[in-house]
Ligand binder design. Structure first.
Ligand code: SF4
Ligand code: SF4
Length: 460
């Protein structure tokens, strides 16, 4: 590789969108280095976690399953039903604030190392392309060939593999929302028997295929709101990938007198998946992939100069500040909010009862007079929220003179199953002296937990 600066048109436009708004296809040159190696390891690990998490069981229940069909969800051995959905507020808000903290300290580390868009594009789809079409130069040559023979075979194979990968990723995604057993059955049975599920799978597959085969970096640039929030979430002390202008400028040839360390070789641009020039400063299009660090470190090593002309640093550090401030007012603020949410979630989760037993009035007339008795009809709505099958016993607690008819006083329920049990309360007309409180005590025989619920008795 020549280390002399390339001939360049004056102020060539960088990026994947041309001045007139048209898309410019980005072809990324190969790069090697410590960050590339560590990112590949991270991608393998994250894809393995993604694929295996729905299969892992904790205490007989899925590690993560948001079962939309049965309206129940499982998280790390805990079972939740639709009534617990409010707890998701803490998880979602905690996740958002957690990302704020990470962004304030480490900038776009998430985008470059862990975002599913990056993980699947750089860990699966781009390697397929690289394997079939070769290096950037080979890809450019192939693009100029007529669409027949070798090119047709390569493109057909590439898109078939893309489609296969998209089907796989979409099925794994669906397995977070339907039980693995259901999904397996749907896969092996005719689509005609599960039209709804099939259409969902086809839609997700189509979206993934379109995204990874064609839209690619445009998702980060045009669709993802996170990139646009960067300027609000980061400051001069956040970790970014930047170019050391004080060291690199003025750019010039290797042996040019008075030139800085940047030899204007454009390797950092060649390897950039969004085709920007890191030397133009921090840009919204930078997804923090660190390709330009590895590319420039390689050039510096070949020249026998210190690495780090492009590096992870804060904007303050790139401008010469001696120390980077990790903890700043905004980080403290985010951490306080995060601690409050974590505390709120702990209190809410600890106060969560292992089962629900709610006394509700049956629809219809509030009371009736039958055979000389005033009577009210109720139901006890019992929901087993424990992760195991449990047996429950019910008893009514009433004032003297009132009677309860509880046809099913003992019931066994599977985890997250529910049942409505009828209850009739009656009082002789002659001794009725006004309304009173009806209490039902439900006991879980496994944990000995007790839930009492109450409602008024209504008479004339
Ligand atoms: S910053 Fe490094 S990789 Fe980029 S043009 Fe300058 S020397 Fe080349
Ligand atoms: S500028 Fe560097 S870190 Fe940012 S996207 Fe391009 S190659 Fe990746």
């Amino acid at each position: 590789m020549s280390l002399e600066p390339p001939i360049q048109t004056q102020h060539q436009r960088r990026g994947s969108i041309q001045a007139d708004g048209r898309r410019q296809k980005v072809r990324v040159a190969d790069v090697a280095g410590r960050f590339t190696t560590w990112r590949r390891r991270a991608f393998v690990l994250l894809i393995a976690v993604y694929a295996l998490a729905p299969l892992v069981k904790v205490g007989g229940q899925p590690l993560i399953l948001i079962d939309l069909v049965r309206r129940r969800f499982y998280l790390f051995g805990q079972t939740f039903n639709a009534q617990d959905a409010w707890l998701l507020f803490f998880l979602v808000a905690g996740g958002v604030i957690g990302i704020f903290v990470i962004t304030a300290i480490w900038g776009r580390l998430w985008c470059g190392w862990a975002c599913p868009q990056t993980v699947f594009l750089e860990g699966v789809f781009r390697p397929i392309e690289r394997w079939l079409e070769g290096s950037k130069q080979a890809q450019l040559r192939l693009a100029k060939e007529p669409l027949r023979g070798r090119k047709l075979r390569i493109l057909a194979t590439k898109h078939a593999l893309y489609l296969g990968a998209a089907v796989l990723v979409s099925n794994i995604f669906i397995s977070y929302f339907v039980s693995y057993a259901d999904l397996r059955r749907w896969i092996f049975e005719s689509p005609g028997e599960h039209w709804g599920a099939f259409v969902w799978m086809a839609a997700i597959t189509g979206a993934l295929y379109g995204n990874f085969a064609w839209f690619r970096e445009q998702t980060c640039l045009l669709l993802c709101p996170y990139g646009r929030l960067q300027s609000a979430l980061t400051d001069d002390d956040s970790l970014v990938i930047g170019y050391d202008e004080r060291r690199g400028e003025p750019r010039g040839g290797v042996h040019q007198a008075g030139a800085g360390d940047c030899i204007d070789c454009l390797r950092c641009v060649e390897v950039c998946p969004t085709a920007i020039d890191i030397r133009e400063g921090l840009q919204m299009e930078c997804i923090g992939c660190a390709n330009c660090i590895d590319a420039c470190d390689d050039i510096m090593t070949r020249l026998g100069r210190p690495t780090g002309l492009v590096r992870y640093d804060s904007l303050a550090g790139l401008e010469g500040a001696a120390r980077r401030r990790w903890l700043r007012p905004r980080v403290y603020l985010y951490l306080v909010v995060l601690a409050l949410l974590a505390g709120g979630f702990s209190v809410a989760a600890a106060g969560r009862r292992p089962f629900e037993a709610t006394l509700i009035r049956q629809t219809g007339a509030p009371y009736a007079l039958e055979n000389g008795y005033y009577q009210n009809l109720y139901q006890v709505h019992l929901v087993n929220k424990t992760p195991r099958r449990s047996q429950f016993e019910l008893r009514a607690i009433l004032p003297e003179g009132a009677e309860a008819v509880l046809p099913i006083a003992s019931v066994e329920l599977d985890s997250l199953d529910d049942q409505r049990l009828p209850l009739i309360v009656r009082v002789p007309q002659a001794s009725y002296r006004g309304g009173f409180t009806v209490q039902v005590e439900t006991r879980d025989l496994g944990s000995e937990a007790v839930v009492r619920s109450q409602l008024d008795f209504i008479g004339p």
